[in-house]
Structures are given as C-alpha cells and as structure tokens.
Design a protein. Structure first.
Length: 472
C-alpha cells in the first residue's frame, strides 16, 4: 500500500517544510512496526520548489491472520492469505496512517504552528483503492471537500483487456487544503470506500474517533466540521460504523447537533430508518426463534466462523448440547470461551461427528460454496447427518438494489460465489427437501420491501421420513 503526498513552494514557505507538518525529517527514512506489518516513511524528492513524502505499508499476511479479530474479514481458508489487504489502501492502511502521522492528523506543529493552520497546495496519490461503487462514488466523496479528483479503474490484467476492470481505483486528489484536513479526509473516506471491511471490531470508541476525524468532536469549534456538512454523511457514517444502528444513530445525532439543524435528527434520517436493526442480529434472532419453536435440545452450527451465533446458542438454557464447526482452526480460536464444543471440519465431507443432533444450522454459509459443490454439502448434512431440523439462511439477491454501494451484479461479500433470488432459493430448497425426505418452509428475515422482499431468506427443513442411520 502506498500514499504519496506532494506539495510545491508557496510565497511563505519552501516545499520541504512539509517535513515540519508531518514531523518526519526529509533526509531520513523511518520505519514503524505494526501488529500486521511494517510502515515506512521516506521522501522520494525534497527540494525547495517541490517535495514528496511517501507512506509505504508492507503487510505480513501471517501476522494479519494472527491479529485479526473482526468477523468482517474473509473467513474461508484461502481468503485468509490470498486477498487485496496487502496491496490496497484499506482499514489496515488508515490504522497505520493514524499511528504514524497522528500529530499531523491533529494539526499540531510546535515549530511551525502558522503553517499547520495554512492551506497549502497538495497532491495525494494512491495507486490502489478498493471502491466497489466505482469512480462516481470517489468523486461524490472527495469533490465536496474541495478536491479535484482523478479516479481511474485498475484493470484486472493490463495484458488481457478482455478481463475488464477490478474493483480498485488509481486515485489522485489535487487541492489547496490544510494538511491535517487532507489526512483526515483519507482517514475517514478510504475505509468507507472499501465497504466498511474493517479488520477490527467496531464499538463505541469508533463513534468518537469518527467525530474527531470529521471535525465534529469538540464543543468549542467555530464551524461544524467537514463531515457534518458533507452531502454523503449518512452513507459515510453507516459504512464506517459497519451499519451498527445504535452507533450510527448516535453519530448522526452528534453530527446534526454540530450542524445546528435540529430538524434533521438522526431519528428522521430515511437512510437510517430503512436500514433498521443489525442484519446479523436479525438472522441470529430468526434462527433462535426456529430452534425454540421446534423444541431443539441439541444443535450443530456448521460454518460457525468466529462464533457470533454460537455465543447466543450457548445462552439458550433449552439447548443441552451446542457444537460449532468451521474449516478454519484460526476462526475457532477466536470464539469466546463457552460451553460449546468446537470442531475443525467441512460441510463438504461426511463426518460421523456431525450425527446425533436435533438441529443443524448453516447461517450465511452456502453462498461461500461453489454451486458445483452444493450437492456434496446436501449429502453430508441432510443425507448423512440427517438432523430432524436444518436451518439455512442466505442473502436475497433481489434486495441488493437497495444498497447503493453495490454495483449491478455485485455481491455483498468478496468471498460469495453466488447470491440467489427468491425464486432460485425456492427451487433449490424444494429440490433438496424432496430428495432427502424433508418438508420445507421459507421465511423472510429483516424488513420486507413489497417488490424485492427481505434482505435475508431462510429455509427451515423438517425431516418428514424416519431416519436410517448412515454407514461410516
């Protein structure tokens, strides 16, 4: 990951004074160790007329995997090592930016305080920025802040133009701003462009950090701050806070107060109202409701990941036995201590350990499998283990039209192999139920739209025929 910051000489200061603002001497190359890699700051050029500082972040994929705590990062085994995190300006990059240039972000410069308060000519360049919404979104985010934006899609392979473009942009921003403003724009907007794919948990502290970087955290500010007046503030806030509504409402309320516009409270923001409760919490609640209704006493969570559902299952007093299964041992290592049994395994291979449960849950699992491998999963779960109840949830592709961050045909997650419409899910679940002797009912999960349905679709399979114990 690379960021270059270039400035030119002004009537009051040579370009090399950029070193004072960044608190990094132009004649020294500096190294800063991070938990996920190493950051370097150096100056490719440092003259009186033109000066360029570079922040280079080298990510160690194994170190990243060891320190990864967020369930928003890919959990499939190959994706843990093979992804764009080491090369694109994601949340990892903004964390390094915040640590390495903390003083510059806050606009402090004891040696040249007047320079820190003065707009200077700047050119910021990032060769690879994840932005699934595309160049239009990049312009909508940066142009209202006074930047001239060049956003060019990065081809998947320059030698094979037929492959098309990737979801990454080569981004160049040109403008005359205070350096602290420029860095805070990057600090907030880069992870928003990346779809909020933060590598760490979002909690209450993220609200204060967002407000600080957006210029709205202080009570004595003369102006409301750039984020409070940004036309895309709702979109930015939802993405940065991982669509966690409690935090989103708090942040938008504070931003409205900073703007001194009580008529546009967060509670009245249609973008927030439409989103509703956290989708993951809705799915977990729907699964728990089914298990209670079916009076399940034992359950196996197949593809449990880092254990978000599993933790709630262990709190159900009616469940005397709870087991979590995942292909990733590292994901299981992040599961909070509980009474659940944890197994490394795959839904694609017959496993006697999967037998003997009242219910099996595959919550947001099947869309991570290639469609050619779904029959193997069906045979393992409904044919081999054959629990009395099987609960499957998966995204409703039709509902994706309500997410403006997704382009046409785009998936909600980079590791999804498919996303089905309601008709496609119905055809699949009917076929599976008929093949393995189950009845099936389908339920919507989340707020329903009259034309596109709910964001998540659920199938509840109930075994209709006596089970014959499968052989080894």
């Amino acid at each position: 990951m690379l960021l270059t910051i270039t400035t030119t000489q002004t009537p009051t200061a040579p370009a090399s004074d950029l070193g004072f603002l960044l608190h990094k001497h132009p004649e020294r190359a500096q190294r800063f160790d991070q938990s996920f890699g190493t950051a370097h700051v150096f100056y490719p050029e440092a003259g009186a007329e033109r000066c360029t500082a570079a922040l280079l972040l080298e990510v160690d994929p194994q170190a990243l995997l060891r320190t990864r705590t967020s369930v928003s990062a890919p959990d499939s085994a190959p994706a843990q090592y093979v992804n764009d995190r080491p090369y694109a300006a994601s949340s990892l990059f903004t964390v390094a930016l915040g640590r390495v240039m903390r003083t510059a972000l806050r606009g402090h410069c004891e040696q040249r305080p007047e320079l820190a308060r003065t707009p200077v000519p700047l050119e910021l360049h990032l060769p690879a920025v994840p932005c699934r919404p595309g160049p239009e979104r990049a312009r909508a985010l940066f142009e209202p802040l006074g930047w001239s934006v060049e956003a060019e899609p990065v081809p998947l392979d320059p030698g094979l133009p037929g492959w098309g473009d990737s979801h990454h942009l080569s981004l160049t921003l040109t403008g005359t701003l205070r350096l602290s403003e420029a860095l805070n724009h990057l600090y907030v907007l880069l992870p928003a462009m990346d779809g909020g794919r933060k590598h760490y948990w979002v909690d209450e502290s993220e609200v204060e950090e967002l407000l600080r970087a957006g210029g709205a955290a202080g009570d004595d500010a003369e102006e409301p701050g750039w984020l409070a007046t940004h036309p895309e503030r709702s979109w930015i806030t939802r993405r940065l806070l991982d669509r966690r509504e409690r935090y989103v409402r708090t942040a938008l309320g504070r931003l409205c107060e900073a703007e001194e516009s009580p008529g546009t409270r967060a509670e009245d923001d249609p973008a927030v109202e439409e989103r509703g409760p956290d989708p993951a919490e809705q799915r977990a609640g729907a699964v728990l409701a089914v298990l209670r209704a079916e009076q399940a006493e034992s359950v196996i969570d197949l593809g449990c990941g880092s254990g978000r559902l599993l933790t709630q299952l262990t709190r159900e007093s009616a469940l005397r036995r709870v087991t979590g299964v995942d292909v990733s041992a590292d994901a299981l290592a992040r599961v909070e201590e509980s009474r659940a049994e944890l197994l490394v395994g795959s839904v694609l291979y017959r496993d006697r350990r999967f037998h003997g449960y009242d219910a099996a849950v595959l919550m947001e699992v099947i869309e991570h499998l290639d469609t050619s491998r779904l029959p193997a999963m069906e045979e393992v779960v409904l044919g081999g283990a054959a629990p009395r109840v099987v609960v499957v949830t998966t995204p409703n592709a039709e509902y994706n039209t309500h997410d403006e961050s997704l382009g046409e045909g785009a998936f909600r997650h980079g590791d999804h192999r498919f996303e089905w419409s309601r008709a496609e899910f119905a055809a699949w679940s009917d076929r599976v139920a008929d093949t393995y002797g189950y009845t099936v009912r389908r339920l919507p999960v989340g707020p329903q739209h009259p034309e596109t349905g709910a964001p998540t679709q659920m199938a509840v399979f109930i075994r209709a025929t006596p089970r014959e114990e499968a052989g080894t």
